[in-house]
Design a protein around this ligand. Sequence first.
Ligand code: GAP
Length: 443
Amino acid sequence: MEKLVSLCKRRGYIFQSSEIYGGLNGCWDYGPLGVELLNNIKQVWWQAMTYRDDIEGIDASILMHPRVWEASGHVEQFTDPMVDCRECKARFRADQLDEMSCGSPAYKGRKASRCAEEGKFTEARQFNLMFKTFIGPVEDESAVVYLRPETAQGIYVNFLNVMSASRQKIPFGIAQIGKAFRNEINTKNFLFRTREFEQMEMQFFVKPGTDEKWFESWRNERFQWFLSLGMAKDKLRFQRHEGKHLAHYAKDAFDIEFEFPFGWGEIEGIHNRTDYDLSRHQEYSGKNLTYFDEETKERFTPYVIETSAGASRSLMAFLVNSYSEEEAPTAEGKMELRTVLRLHPKLAPIKAAFFPLVNRDGMPEIAKKIEQEIRPSFKVFYDDSGAVGRRYRRQDEAGTPFCFTVDSQTLQDQTVTVRDRDSMKQERINIGRILNYLQDQFR
Ligand code: GAP
């Protein structure tokens, strides 16, 4: 993880939020490459989830009527147990003491659970994870609103609007990508548990009785999505939620987990939320949220199958999955360590880089011209500084799948070399074919 965090900073993937002021715990900024990767993940998800005839997209506001969070159960139940250490004053999530270290320099590296055994902690009390703020100029109880802790509720409250505007019939889904906020007691592991993050959620509305079939189908589809983007099969698994681990709204739930360097962790949850949310919003809003099936003449409250992925957590999983260090030959034939991000080409922030082999004989001009021709179609990069081997290494670290080099042969036959990031193999192609070549790779 340390190597990955350092590469993320060095190459401009992720920076600490407000770093020049010492950082803000649980918040991260996406640099030039990070924002491209994040946008690509979201775009590929959006395409998979909404470029189909039974799912519509939406972008709901972050601030919602406070009754939404009473109806959803978040005001009452979205809590974690918290304890304070009487000695070092550190604050911990009481159900994760084994994963946390004691806050005192005197006991460096010691698990917080040992301090608990020695009776150093206060009694656990429930802490609500929703961030509160005020709407309008008056800061009193009647003006309290929350930053949404999940995007799902923006979908439920728009269920009728979307259904009637798009003339959808059940079964159908509504998808959304957006920020969510949780005032986590302990943030940890880089982007894994943060206080501000992005979710990619889809709520699929189905007839009660068909919910288990749809639950299984969405579980499989979401697992395949990660595999199709190059996730190693042995680093992914399902984990079912049992008993007290089931969320208050769920009848059944599976996590898709990824094996991070610190252990297995959830990247997406698939939940059978039954009619819980629509029934609760019906009760709290007084609006009829039932569905009338014209064919069977039945009226019912739809069940919801939810797929809920973290965009930021998935980004971290894709980075971990793609990070590799290996021995590779230099131009002089020596071996050196090569760090490479083997990101799926669809996710790679930069799709292609263009180099002149040397900065003379018109090579920079040709390389620059090619780069400018390709730039409107793909995110590309031009580099003429340092030895060409160094430039390849820099692009390997950035995860760029293809590098094109203009050399002395280009001057004679209008061909360039194209180097594949993963195999490091090179072939020659005609300059006029570069655009088609790239289009074929990203189809
Ligand atoms: N609407 C259901 C829901 O929000 P969740 O399991 O609490 O379910 C879904 O969250 C996904 O959101 C998780 O699988 C994870 O990827 C992401 N997520 C949740 N809390 C997070 C946090 N504190 N930091 C980063 N990602 C988080």
